[in-house]
Unconditional design. Structure first.
Length: 332
């Protein structure tokens, strides 16, 4: 990308960019800073530095997903360290791959930011991206950097099904069991804490700053015979609603089977909030929810929380419709 300022009047002087900013580094200098010394997994045949990357697709198919994270909507720089933001940007995409039963292989990153953005901040942010990709044994294979009025991150992730069919949202059948793998309600509790101006307890605050999806749980569920699966990003009940609609079934969540950690209870007591509501409707933990045949053995880490019912019953909690919002929805 080349950037051009307004034409200067004759005799006028152009202000030099402040040292240490992306404007001073320039597009290609910034790219070199953010990619220097990084390693790649064996699936990356050609990484950053050319017009496009080349990735091995031994399965013959590629699972692809993308997310856009906007400053002030999905993250706040006064709440999260740049490294945490980078981890979150990659994790939310890799969780979608896991929800299809795929193993993550590659990540593409787009960064838009103001010219006065510190290069050290972006370096820390991309450190977080690389760390999260490495945790999933994936590589960051390329991307783009552009100017913008605020920080915006666009991440595309690619995955490999390993010869298996994808696990979609549309395969649940009446009589299946409903199960989850991962934490629920923690990120919502962290958001409530940060929204009140507090920075502790650190466990729930960090859950809001960056999720820790169990990437291996998606392929494990696929191998175990999962009939449908979804990434819980907007809230358990909201995302189960998508699964129920796609599968044309009903789903009942049994609260006695849900875990409400004592730390969530403590935070709820301090803030005058219901921790069970966080578990049922809070987003951004990126746990996985799936349905399995009743005869299947659930993989390690998966816990039954309900059952699949006949169509037209919707998503219920303990057999009753849930009162209030079921989760997050943009523009609502």
């Amino acid at each position: 990308m080349s950037t051009h300022g307004r034409p200067q009047q004759e005799g006028a002087r152009s202000d030099s960019p402040r040292p240490g900013t992306v404007a001073a580094a320039g597009e290609f200098g910034l790219i070199r800073t953010l990619t220097r010394g990084r390693t790649q997994p064996s699936t990356t045949l050609l990484g950053p530095g050319d017009d496009a990357a080349v990735v091995a697709a031994s399965d013959g198919r590629v699972v692809a997903t993308t997310d856009v994270l906007v400053q002030g909507v999905h993250f706040r720089l006064d709440w999260s360290d740049p490294e945490h933001i980078g981890r979150k940007a990659v994790a939310v995409n890799l969780a979608d791959l896991a929800a299809m039963g795929a193993v993550p292989t590659s990540v593409l990153v787009g960064i838009a930011c103001p010219p006065e953005t510190e290069t050290t901040m972006l370096a820390a942010l991309t450190d977080g991206m690389w760390a999260e990709a490495e945790r999933a044994r994936a590589g960051i294979i390329g991307g783009d950097v552009v100017g913008a009025d605020q920080l915006v991150l666009s991440v595309t992730a690619l995955g490999d099904l390993g010869g298996r069919p994808p696990v979609t949202r549309s395969g649940a059948r009446p009589g299946d069991v409903l199960a989850i793998c991962g934490r629920l309600g923690w990120a919502a509790a962290g958001l409530a804490v940060l929204g009140r101006g507090f920075r502790s307890p650190v466990g729930v605050v960090n859950a809001q700053r960056y999720p820790e999806p169990a990437y291996q749980a998606g392929p494990a569920a696929a191998i175990a015979g999962a009939t449908s699966m979804i990434d819980v990003s907007d809230g358990l009940l909201a995302d189960l609603g998508h699964l129920a609609a796609a599968s044309e079934v009903g789903l009942d969540v049994q609260t006695a089977r849900l875990t409400v950690d004592q730390r969530l209870v403590d935070v709820g007591t301090a803030l005058g909030a219901d921790p069970l509501r966080w578990v049922l409707t809070g987003g951004e933990d990126h746990a996985l929810a799936a349905t399995f045949p009743s005869y299947a053995d659930l993989p390690e880490g998966w816990v039954q929380i309900g059952t699949v019912l006949l169509p037209d019953t919707g998503v219920t909690v303990d057999g009753m419709p849930y009162e209030g919002d079921s989760g997050w929805e943009h523009w609502r």
